[in-house]
Design a binder for this molecule. Structure first.
Ligand code: SAM
Length: 275
């Protein structure tokens, strides 16, 4: 008998993956957590029925959260990751020697625990001495840490459940206050095919808080529609003004100095969304 995992990405559309094993299926204090083995994409973490990361395509998302913003800030010594309990963004952050301390704040310790066990190639830097892992609500953390971070990366789940308040104007105001006077933040901001209104509302809210706001994209096959967006809010540095020659060649599989510039070139229908 074949077993398939289907993610309903809208009420009438989804993706399905043939699975060979279920490692974990557990209702944590915050969400339904499933860790499954898929034939096509390897081990897959699913939260509340939504694909979070897979061993085969995770590098795209984790590189594209971490490297554009860390290549834009000239001295990102103190950084924060909100969410990101699978450890993939932290692994990419560790490729930047200028980062002296990276704090990860995920609300659900079970994500961290099971990612370490079943996603070792993704969670491999969570024990790095430069990393501090905290289990807490990211919304609370930023309010308790004002004027502290050079860069903040928001690697949260969709704006439902525990992450509902991580896509609000109040959250972006809190991010602004938690950043130093030349700080930058980036957040994953979903896809323009099924979540155009979210991209628009986030863009509007971030523009009310930050002087520089930029959106870039990446191709992530296991995320809804495959076209993913990221929204950056910056107090001083413009990611599209960074000289390609100033961007370091890193040990990556998706991000390059050339792609840094190209990622900010958006399809017309996405440009029109954020005008
Ligand atoms: N790449 C995925 C995506 O784009 O949907 C996100 C992956 S990461 C596993 C998402 C993490 O956000 C989860 O581990 C979840 O526990 C965490 N999270 C959700 N709400 C949070 C909150 N309020 N504070 C901190 N972490 C939160």
């Amino acid at each position: 008998m074949e077993m398939w995992y289907t993610e309903k990405q809208t009420d009438s559309f989804g993706i399905t993956a043939k699975i060979t094993k279920t490692y974990v299926t557990e209702q944590t204090d915050f969400q339904q957590l499933d860790m499954i083995e898929t034939e096509e994409f390897g081990t897959m973490l699913v939260l509340d029925g939504m694909v979070m990361t897979t061993v085969k395509d995770e590098f795209v998302y984790h590189e594209m959260v971490a490297h554009p913003v860390l290549s834009t800030h000239p001295n990102p010594e103190n950084v924060l990751v909100v969410g990101g309990g699978d450890g993939g963004v932290i692994r990419e952050v560790m490729k930047h020697p200028k980062v002296k301390k990276a704090v990860l704040v995920d609300i659900d310790g079970k994500v961290i625990e099971y990612s370490k066990k079943y996603l070792p190639t993704i969670a491999c830097e969570l024990d790095n001495p430069r990393v501090e892992v905290l289990v807490n609500d990211g919304f609370m953390h930023i309010h308790d840490h004002k004027n502290e971070y050079d860069v903040i990366m928001v690697d949260s789940t969709e704006p439902v459940g525990p992450a509902a308040n991580l896509f609000t104007r109040g959250f972006y105001q809190g991010i602004y206050e938690s950043l130093k006077e030349d700080g930058i933040f980036v957040a994953q901001t979903d896809n323009p095919w099924f979540k155009a209104d979210l991209i628009q509302s986030v863009n509007k809210d971030v523009k009310e808080v930050f002087p520089i706001v930029r959106v870039y994209g990446a191709n992530i096959p296991t995320y809804p529609s495959g076209l993913w967006t990221f929204t950056m809010g910056s107090k001083k540095y413009d990611p599209t003004a960074v000289e390609e020659s100033a961007i370091p060649e890193l040990d990556t599989k998706y991000y390059t100095p050339r792609l840094h510039k190209a990622a900010f070139v958006l399809p017309k229908f996405v440009e029109d969304l954020i005008k």
